[in-house]
Design a protein around this ligand. Structure first.
Ligand code: NAI
Length: 338
């Protein structure tokens, strides 16, 4: 297989000129950058003025993606890295590592069906992260997130680099969907909508808290049940519509870019950066759980509680726990056995 590194033509001088001012230099690495999510996510991160260096890594296809993205006249330097032997160089010095590497779902598959392939990919990528950029904030997109985040945590623990403040499962797409679906039903401006989504990132483990949604709207119980189900099945809606050509890529790239931007803002010391994320948690009895998280200079500054839940949400919370617990345990077991 061809291995190569491609550097963009953007000069350091012009890059510094653009990225100057208050924000420090930040390097972001995307692992799986040539994929369905990776490509539009690379584009969106190239548009982010907080990024000064963008490392695009994949096992194939990155020279083309990097050449293409590098022609965009924003200040960041883009470098494409292909193949295992270039992974270390891609990771070195990274402040944020985003992982959309792995296979996506086809119709009829659950996220757990991806486990066997993606667990191995995540394990090897995290082993390299522990070696080359142990202090980076890791944004895990690869599914099943409910298991891949625990795998990453175990790999980092075994390497002696684990810092629970620096590991995030990206559940932002669930929030993006909940906001869109709620705004449509409540007939409110989607730009003003906030909806926390807690639990995990698969089926019933996705628990949108519409009782806390703002702006408030008078939705019936049936409407809340339908909105909850649509949010939980949002990924499947896309998988079926794409009819065998993969899962959500464009909306996921957007969500991934929103979350990575929050991490960069937090690292740079912006106040009140709060996003939902699947993190190590004591909010419930489960060791990992998605809830609102305050992100700061060291990653997770605070894992926020769930707030008041409706009876329907309390019921959903109890129902999701056994499935989420099993997915977490499956990830931990995999990390130690393979
Ligand atoms: P894709 O198949 O289009 O792209 C995956 C990319 O990963 C490919 O370019 C492939 O070459 C690369 N890859 C495979 N092994 C690798 C390795 N060892 N190192 C680096 N790159 C490697 O898949 P797509 O649609 O981009 O999805 C990627 C992942 O994101 C899937 O696991 C999918 O289930 C997950 N996903 C997560 C969502 C979330 O909300 N967290 C939403 C949608 C998808």
């Amino acid at each position: 297989m061809l291995r190569s590194i491609l550097r963009s033509s953007t000069s350091n001088a012009s890059r510094r000129g653009f990225a100057s001012g208050a924000s420090p230099e930040r390097k972001v690495a995307i692992l799986g950058a040539a994929g369905g999510i990776g490509q539009p996510l690379s584009l969106l991160m190239k548009l982010n003025p907080l990024v000064s260096r963008l490392a695009l890594y994949d096992i194939a296809g990155t020279p083309g993606v990097a050449a293409d993205v590098s022609h965009i006249n924003t200040g960041s330097e883009v470098v494409g890295y292909m193949g295992d032997e270039n992974l270390g160089k891609a990771l070195e010095g990274s402040d944020v590592v985003i992982i959309p590497a792995g296979v996506p779902r086809k119709p009829g598959m659950t996220r757990d069906d991806l486990f066997n392939i993606n667990a191995g990919i995540v394990k090897s990528l995290c082993t390299a992260i522990a070696k080359y950029c142990p202090n980076a904030l890791v944004n895990m997109i690869s599914n099943p997130v409910n298991s891949t985040v625990p795998i990453a945590a175990e790999v980092f623990k075994m390497a002696g680099t684990y810092d629970e403040k620096r590991l995030f499962g990206v559940t932002t797409l669930d929030v993006v969907r909940a906001k869109t679906f709620y705004a449509g039903k409540a007939k409110v401006n989607v730009a003003e909508v906030n909806v926390p989504v807690v639990g995990g990132h698969a089926g019933i483990t996705i628990l949108p808290l519409f009782s806390q949604a703002t702006p408030k709207a008078n939705l019936s119980d049936d409407e809340i049940v339908a909105l909850t189900k649509r949010t939980q099945d949002g990924g499947t809606e896309v998988v079926e519509a794409k009819a065998g050509k993969g899962s959500a890529t464009l909306s996921m790239a957007y969500a991934g870019a929103v979350f990575a931007d929050a991490c960069l803002k937090g690292l740079n010391g912006a106040p009140d950066v709060v996003e939902c994320s699947f993190v190590q948690s004591t909010v419930t009895e489960l060791p990992f759980f998605a809830s609102k998280v305050r992100i700061g200079k060291n990653g997770v500054e605070e894992v926020l509680g769930l707030g008041a839940l409706s009876d329907f949400e309390k019921e959903g919370l109890e129902k999701l726990k056994p499935e989420l617990k099993a997915s977490i345990e499956k990830g931990i077991k995999f990390a130690h056995q393979n």
